[in-house]
Design a protein. Structure first.
Length: 337
């Protein structure tokens, strides 16, 4: 694998083992994981460890919450990427509408969390939102809801539409959309919850912050594409930057990997430059900007370390022939109704 430049130190949260144990209990309690095959595949990813590397400063309760968000995001992503719901526009839109209702509800999802008739993906989201929203500012909630809604909508319409039509998106469009479909804006928003900070909208919405944030998000998304290529290609997935570069530039896979890894390294250097510009532009806001930028750094480092080591993207123990219907839980999207 070509090298990816990452000058940030490896860190891990001291509460990692607690997060791992909590995540097993939470996914079983919410019904996100029920079958043995789904449990084995989920355990391979080790999302508790992932959360511990990208949020190394979180206290135990917040690390548990971050791990739970990861589980939900990745399991929903699997449903949209690997399952039939991601190939039906109407079906996907219905699910997203239910999730949007949770995020917009005045009770922060309390009713949905207790409703046995909604899909598990919706009730689990309600559980997460109940534990996240009450302690956040109104500005943060609006920003987070917008980012999560963008993530779900783009995945349920743009990606699903491409699959139905057999379209391989161009590089420029894909790079912009990838930051939404990868839920990376959502994960970067959660830095504020972990650090108990509130980046003012006047700063967060400005060009200086956006440029630094987008560079960090690109690094995370493109790194993920590099390491998930084999798994996604085996499922016929075209939404991967390496595949898109290979397809549109007429390159072989190794050369496309070299191009994407080099671009990722360049984007890391761009982040460092934009980080300096941001701090220079807002000298009076360093109290919130420094932990926010530190969170972006640990996201880039932790995601690289996890991507290199996780078994989520590698078939082991003869599991390369497992079909999506063997590990996707039907109750998540009510696919049996």
């Amino acid at each position: 694998m070509p090298d990816i430049f990452c000058p940030f130190p490896h860190r891990i949260n001291p509460h990692v083992e607690e997060a791992r144990a909590h995540l097993v209990d939470w996914t079983r309690h919410t019904g996100l994981i029920e079958r043995e095959a789904a449990g084995k595949r989920f355990a391979k990813a080790d999302f508790g460890w992932f959360a511990a590397m990208v949020y190394p400063t979180a206290d135990a309760a917040r690390l548990n919450l971050m791990a739970d968000w990861f589980a939900w995001l990745f399991l929903v992503d699997d449903q949209l990427d690997d399952g039939s719901v991601g190939r039906s526009l109407d079906w996907a839109r219905d699910i997203v509408d239910g999730m949007r209702a949770v995020l917009e509800s005045p009770d922060h999802g309390a009713a949905a969390a207790a409703d046995p008739n909604v899909p598990v993906a919706v009730s689990a989201l309600a559980d997460l939102w109940l534990r996240t929203a009450p302690d956040a500012t109104a500005d943060w909630r609006r920003r987070f809801v917008r980012h999560l809604d963008d993530c779900l909508t783009v995945a349920a319409t743009w990606e699903a539409g491409n699959r139905v039509e057999g379209t391989v998106p161009d590089e420029k469009t894909y790079i912009e959309m990838r930051r939404h479909t990868g839920a990376i804006y959502v994960c970067m928003d959660l830095i504020d919850i972990v650090e108990r900070i509130d980046v003012p909208e006047s700063v967060h919405g400005g060009a200086a912050f956006t440029e630094a944030l987008d560079a960090a998000c690109n690094v995370v998304c493109w790194t993920n594409d590099v390491y998930s290529l084999e798994k996604e290609r085996a499922l016929g997935e075209v939404h991967n930057l390496v595949h898109i570069v290979e397809h549109h530039r007429g390159l072989d896979t190794h050369r496309a990997l070299e191009v994407v890894c080099a671009a990722t390294s360049t984007e890391t250097r761009l982040f460092l430059a934009k980080e300096r510009d941001l701090l220079a532009a807002f000298p009076g806001h360093h109290a919130v900007l420094l932990p926010s930028l530190a969170g972006m750094r640990t996201w880039m480092r932790g995601n690289l370390d996890w991507s290199r080591s996780t078994k989520r993207y590698r078939a082991v123990d003869g599991e390369e022939h497992i079909r999506p219907d063997e590990y996707l839980e039907a109750s998540l999207m009510k696919v049996d109704q």
